[in-house]
Design a protein around this ligand. Structure first.
Ligand SMILES: CC1(C)O[C@@H]2[C@@H](CO[C@@]3(CNc4nc5cc6c(=O)[nH]c(N)nc6cc5[nH]4)OC(C)(C)O[C@@H]23)O1
Length: 374
């Protein structure tokens, strides 16, 4: 069932954790949700219908990458990102500020926006809040992120405060630029580094803008997990309960479980896809590096109990061979396995919350990870 509007409904709670549904014209997002990253209009090494079949309701695209190549204007001219990449379901796009700071050269940030040089051809670009929203609109993005300034940790309180205040002013400019786009949403992003009073101020100010959803930014940038979790615990009480909470760039299965426990609804991370391309696999029995020689004659599949063909059919010996040989099929099968496991974990979390047994479920998955591969 789709709708011509955007709505979020919390369906069940278990402690701070909740299940919910984001309903929008292109489909329903079941939360807690993991969004596979499709940076350059593709979830690397996967077919779109495979990504959907694994249970992904939404994928992430990146303003930074697509504005540089093939440009937002060209994607719009060709019918928009959904048609371009053959993904007719919801797409969330990041706004580009973070990628500029982590990928581009020679960037300058001021009140107006970010001036940077493309990491592809060195061309100079200016990204303002208005331009970021314009690009996301040209792409046809269903959930658009505000342009923000994410500070690298550790940093001084003064640096974190300056960036958080700028991000608040940019949130307002993005809200004005976004205007009214029925069926689409613009999310604000809570900043504030690792400073609790700044995080609370950011969350409270953003809540005043009455946006359709809120992300927690500035994390998963190398800080210890306990710092990340403390920031979530700090801001969660100040984020509207009736709106989705999206933790950007997170994370490992354990990061996700601990964040769902604390009230987060949406996640994105390159971990399952990037790790898959490098021979790292995630299973219910923990992580394995298939490059390791100990797998050279191991005829067991990655996980006989998985429903995914990549996990229950191919031997570890064969996958080890493909990884060592840098074969494309190795990247495809391990990416497939990893996304299957991430979606299986999200489905398990949603069911456990719905059944009121999240703490038991978390204990079971952590025990299974700790036991290691069988
Ligand atoms: C975890 C893992 C595997 O993900 C990798 C690498 C390093 O971390 C990642 C993921 N962390 C991450 N934090 C974010 C914070 C923001 C933010 O504050 N604002 C906006 N607009 N977008 C964000 C996107 C974010 N992604 O960030 C890059 C640098 C994109 O690579 C990713 O380690």
């Amino acid at each position: 069932m789709t709708t011509d509007q955007f709505s979020f409904t919390v369906t069940k709670t278990d402690g701070a954790a909740r299940t919910g549904e984001i309903r929008m014209p292109r489909g329903v997002i079941r939360t807690p949700a993991f969004m596979p990253v499709g940076t350059a209009a593709t979830v690397k090494a996967m077919y779109p219908d495979q990504v959907k079949a694994l249970g992904a309701d939404v994928v992430l695209g990146n303003t930074y990458h697509l504005m540089l190549r093939p440009t937002a204007e060209r994607v719009a001219k060709l019918g928009g990102l959904h048609k371009f990449m053959n993904w007719p379901y919801p797409i969330l796009t990041d706004s580009g500020g973070f990628q500029v700071m982590s990928l581009s050269a020679l960037r300058k940030i001021d009140e107006n926006g970010v001036t940077f040089q493309s990491h592809i051809d060195g061309s100079t670009h200016v990204m303002t809040p208005e331009r970021s929203i314009e690009i996301q609109g040209l792409l046809g993005s269903d959930i658009q992120m505000q342009l923000d300034e994410c500070v690298k940790l550790p940093c001084t309180d003064a640096v974190a405060e300056k960036a958080m205040q700028l991000s608040l002013r940019w949130a307002e400019r993005c809200r004005v630029a976004f205007g009214e786009q029925p069926g689409r949403a613009m999310f604000g992003i809570v900043q504030g580094g690792a400073v609790e009073r700044l995080r609370i101020e950011s969350a409270k100010e953003l809540a005043q803008l009455d946006l359709k959803g809120y992300a927690i930014g500035g994390l998963a940038v190398g800080e210890p997990q306990e710092v990340m979790l403390r920031m979530i615990e700090t801001v969660e009480p100040h984020m509207p309960k009736e709106k989705p909470r999206y933790l950007m760039g997170v994370g490992t299965p354990d990061d996700i479980v601990e964040s769902v426990r604390r009230g987060v609804d949406m996640f994105d991370c390159v971990m399952p896809t990037r790790a898959g391309r490098h021979g790292q696999v995630f299973t219910r029995h923990g992580r394995m590096n298939l490059r390791n020689a100990r797998f050279a004659e191991d005829l067991r599949p990655l996980d006989a109990d998985s429903k995914c063909v990549a996990s229950n059919t191919y031997s570890r010996a064969y996958l080890h061979h493909l990884v060592r040989s840098n074969e494309i099929l190795g990247m495809m099968l391990l990416t497939w396995n990893n996304l299957a496991y991430y979606q299986e974990l999200m489905a398990g979390l949603r069911k456990a919350i719905a059944d009121g047994r999240l703490e038991d479920y978390i204990g079971e998955v952590k025990e299974s990870w700790a036991k290691g591969e069988r």
